[in-house]
Design a protein around this ligand. Sequence first.
Ligand code: C5P
Length: 232
Amino acid sequence: AEDAPARGLHVVITAGPTREPLDPVRYLSNHSSGKMGFALAAAAAELGARVSLISGPVNLPTPQGVERTDVETALQMHEASRRLAADCDLFIGCAAVADYRAATAAEHKIKKREGEEGLTLKLIKNPDIIADIAHARDAAGGRPFVVGFAAETRDLEAYARDKLTRKRLDMIVANDVSAAGLGFGADDNAALLLWRDGEGEGGEQLPPQPKTELARAVIERALGCLTSRPVH
Ligand code: C5P
């Protein structure tokens, strides 16, 4: 139907920050609000898709018609993503996944040590969730169409193109987070859309606009690519 172009499609979206425990009362995290990911989920649901939203800890209501899975850590988000992406048509990684977690979270509260000025924490790398989904897709030779995000403060296009290639994404939404009033925590955002080699030559610039509108444009572009791709 014209009003529900995504009917029959399963869309999986990661959103928000992850929270990596250091001990029972402390964690490492970031300032991601989850707004963009939730706006993407709302837009996909409005277009008729079945939407699975995998969210880190955020303060946002679940959009109408969206199936939400709450997670805390990157490892939990990874597990939920693998499970839900197994039968999805479109996977969008919008979460600000913590790059590192504590090598071992302390079982008890870490105590302040008298006479020592510093404390060294040992961190280890978290899995790259979206790269894992895209590499598994390539190995299996089929779905889903994978869309990533890149938030940069400089050399936006070069860094975004590098992520597109390295993570084997189909499309990337690049944001300049140094621009005032845009990006992290804000209600508005602007983006440069880039596609993997050969498609959408040169990319497409989306001007500053409410995240709800930008989300709609991103979902529409991704759906357009999906329907023009061969069915497996
Ligand atoms: O490398 P960077 O974190 O800038 O890449 C951003 C993109 O990769 C986003 O789509 C983000 O959701 C995804 N990502 C991920 N797992 C990670 C790190 C990033 O899925 N561990």
